[in-house]
Design a binder for this molecule. Sequence first.
Ligand SMILES: NC(=O)c1ccc[n+]([C@@H]2O[C@H](COP(=O)([O-])OP(=O)(O)OC[C@H]3O[C@@H](n4cnc5c(N)ncnc54)[C@H](OP(=O)(O)O)[C@@H]3O)[C@@H](O)[C@H]2O)c1
Length: 321
Amino acid sequence: MKQKEILLFGASGQIGRNLIRKLTKNNYKITAVTRNIHRTGYILKTQANPGYLKLVELKNFNGDKIDELMKSVSICINLIGILYEKSKGQFKLIHTDLPDLLSQKAKKYSLEKFIHLSALGIEESRDSKYANSKLIGEKKIIKNFKNHIILKPSIVYSVDDNFTTNFMSLLNILPIMPIYYNGKTKFAPIHVTDLVDIIYNLIESQNKSIIMECVGPEVLSFKEIMQKLLNAIDKKRFLLPLPLPIAKLSAKILQLFPKPLLTEDQLNLLKYDNCSSGIYKTNYDLGFQTTRKFDLEVEKYSYNWRSGGQYAKDNNLKKTK
Ligand SMILES: NC(=O)c1ccc[n+]([C@@H]2O[C@H](COP(=O)([O-])OP(=O)(O)OC[C@H]3O[C@@H](n4cnc5c(N)ncnc54)[C@H](OP(=O)(O)O)[C@@H]3O)[C@@H](O)[C@H]2O)c1
């Protein structure tokens, strides 16, 4: 049987790198699109066996170039996303206009499926530009192409993420960790391996049209997540709830940094829970179980932030004997 060819946008991100490994191991051939082969190529090339991964550099989303790429594939996956804008209008460009263009092209070339990664909880968070741009992007896809698979994950984590690893770095150095909205916002963190397994199963399945919320096995508040990370790195820190005006002021300042830890838009988004909304079916409803538990997974890589490094766990065991 001729194996399917897949066109992947946003390949160099956390989900992309893991997905390339899963798909190429299972004999799928991938054409991965990246903006800068020099910057990302050396990582991407190690994710697949020779012959299974082709890298294409695209600096901007030129319709003709995308036509050329879509002609020879059966599935297109879009993983491109940003958390903050570096210039005005970037959310619209990345989360709305690009999925609009890709889904039109997917229809033009009669692809078997167009798989798009959106986000959870964006229906409610109307005061976030991130959420609105993602939501309008979903609507464009639904209108353009019937063979759409839209996945809406909660926070995706792994050793390779920008979430648990960044927070463990902060918790490691800060004596006091500010938390917003009293740390009550709820999340259903999903491990990247579980999410990639869901995407793989959807590629293999006959199902061509689904909108699914992707959640892990636990619902945890922001404060609980911080406490679990502190446990994992074996540190004690004071979690300080910031009053909203001060939180807003801190976001105004932090968003001026080149890689902001927090923006005003993210602060708005943090107000809303990020677990199953009841609007769409979840992976559990559709028979995709996620088994990886937050504590156990984070424990596997948290030693990087423990005093004493990898062997600190053994030292602690000795202490308690
Ligand atoms: N990670 C999460 O917790 C999470 C949660 C909910 C939803 N999602 C969504 O899932 C998708 C994939 O997530 P991820 O964590 O793998 O994302 P990621 O690590 O941030 O990577 C996304 C990719 O998007 C591309 N990209 C970034 N900025 C761009 C820009 N200005 N123009 C064009 N391309 C750009 C980059 O590819 P190149 O540098 O190779 O061009 C990057 O590798 C995103 O749509 C994200 O919003 C993620």
